[in-house]
Design a protein around this ligand. Sequence first.
Ligand code: SF4
Length: 766
Amino acid sequence: MPDVRCERVFAPAPDFEAELRAQELPLYSLETGRVLRDFDILAFSVGYELTLTNLLNILEMGGVSLQNRERSDDQPLVIAGGPAVTNPLPLSPFVDCFFMGEADGWLEGIFAGLAAIKRRGGRRSDLLDLLRCEPAIWFAGKEEVVKRHLCTRFGQYSAGRKKFAELSSFPVPNIRTVQDHGVVEIMRGCAQGCRFCHASFFYRPFRLKEPALVVQEVDELIYNCGYREITLSSLSSGDYPDIAALVEALNHRYRDLKVSFALPSLRIDSIALQLLSGLSEVRKSGLTFAVETPRHEWQRGVNKQASPDRTIAILKEAKMRGWKKAKFYFMVGLPVSEGQDETLPIVEFLKEVRAETGMSFNVNVAAFIPKPHTPYQWSAQLGEEQALDKIMFIKRSLSGRGFKVNYHSPFLSLLEGMVSRGDERAGELVLKAFKAGARLDAWEEHIKWDIWRGVLKEAAWDVEHETCRKRSLQEKLPWESIKMGAAGTFLERELEKSQEYELTPACVSECTAPCGACTPQVRIKDRINDSGKEILYRKLRSLNDGEYRHTFKEQEHRPVRKIRFSFIKAGKAVFLSHLNVMLIFERTFLRAGYLVQFTQGYNPKPRLEFAHPLSLGIESREEIAGVELLNYDSTGEFIKKMNRNLPEGLKILALKEIKPPLPGRKKHSLMSLYRGSDYFIAPAIDSHTDRRPVLEELCRSLERIAVIDGEAAVSGPAAADGLAVDGPAAADGLAVDGPAAADGLAVTIAGDYLGTSFSLRQTPGG
Ligand code: SF4
């Protein structure tokens, strides 16, 4: 976009934060290292309530005032959006304005307007004025009703929509990140309307993406980004029409590339035999059942059905197909079981399923948290102690073989509830906890329990009571001026139906009980073009379409070619671990159009090997690796295509094709042929610095080398362990040279300017 540049920053991990603070360095962007306070806008996507101290930390470390009223005109504008700020009051002292809804289709227009203001010399206050006129923007004191923005073109082709391939700066991580899959969003919203689910109401109405567009995006993630694990994502992917046929067609298309597909959030009703087969074709993903509550009538109350019989039938099928484990999610404290104990029914449900299937289960239990804009926004939440008692009962009752029970800390649920339905007072507590050192509260290994308990104890109001109490229908709620889609009257009616255990049918295009989310501009899209779909699936199965970049049919009978190649690892790439380098090469072969031979078995791996893993932080002039390819072309093409697709710091130098071993001759792995590496250590010292202490330190770190004396300094007899170090002084003051000792280890130290290069030869055992 002209005049607009977008960069990323993440909340720093504790060690990085400590280092930045110790060095008095501000937090900076990933792409160009620019300090945060120098940007025009900082926009936060807040997906979870327990990340608020992260947001404050990013502001403070980026040199931006925490309180919005203290921000001067030379500071960035701070915007927040995402599911966790649909009640913006807790964050309102810190964020300048909040965006409600889906940003796709909105950002381009508003950024063009903001860029125009900047071109005219506009200031921060001018940018803020423009944003405040937007119907989907909320800010403290806004009198008009805020209407969320919805993407009107989700799932459709459009002339203006760019392919990933055309987005030259589309980032693909070079290190394995959390959820490191290629993700294609196949649907937005959910037709089912579970009454506790914030996402279901946030993303209404339900919209499908056309299968041809799904395939195009999968293609781009595989061929341009190099992913082999693709998630077909949505709130309930099993509800995609003919999902089993789509998965089967995709599996067929990418079979030779060993691409696997995962479907998160499958409802029990939507899991079918054919779908399980499709998902297990390449590698098995986990089976997860979010049952939530065990009794039939309670399930009707929350509008989500998952009977034990159906669950047992699916698990029996899954077991026959090789699954041994499954995961279950339950909640305690849902408003449907008010006054009744749900813990024993949960235990009975799980024991029955285990007795029938003989499988092992990981069980996750959490306290229900009422969320804004849902039918349960008025409901009570369990207090910490009450929730813990219930969870512990379940854990005790399921102890023993076949069950592993994990739970979400009821104290964290209390904090989440405090932010979820709280007001500015909740924000004050977040600030207080942050100032006292709270960070990364969503991660149990990082949350500072004592700080948070202290803050809640010292609060001038009863935090637990205020968070957990039931709201009356007449009470003014903090988020009332924000309209997320479903009308308030619809939510009230849904609450009544929940109390009567009455189901609301799934959304369909001929809606007879509208909630208010569908509009003439954005309607539910629950059907795909059937004739188009059939043609597409047939094409994908045939592999002869010729339309796509790679059809590998002609490769099927080609002989495997074994290639050895060498490469440089330098610059920023020294911070890539060996496992990440392997991942990068794996992805680069795909991006470069090479078909790698895979191992056999349940979890096929590419036949790619490295002579010797290089430690993190060490540069290499020449590493050796090998790969087996089915469509190797030539030395020149290989080097050209690979180097075009490798990230900065990695570069192929040379390669050699290896003849297959003669029949009856032993195969040698690359690692078994490895004889040794030369290491050069060059300390960064200038010509004015006294080098002796540095050299001594280096020698000490090599442990077995003794500094004998003065200038020339290093010389040594064979050590008891077989190491020999010996050498005259080099011209610049230091040299150590030694023959290989009995164990094959030799050390050479030679100097030059900055000088002092240590060369350490290492063998596989040394
Ligand atoms: S208006 Fe009807 S179809 Fe549209 S989201 Fe609401 S309930 Fe579903």
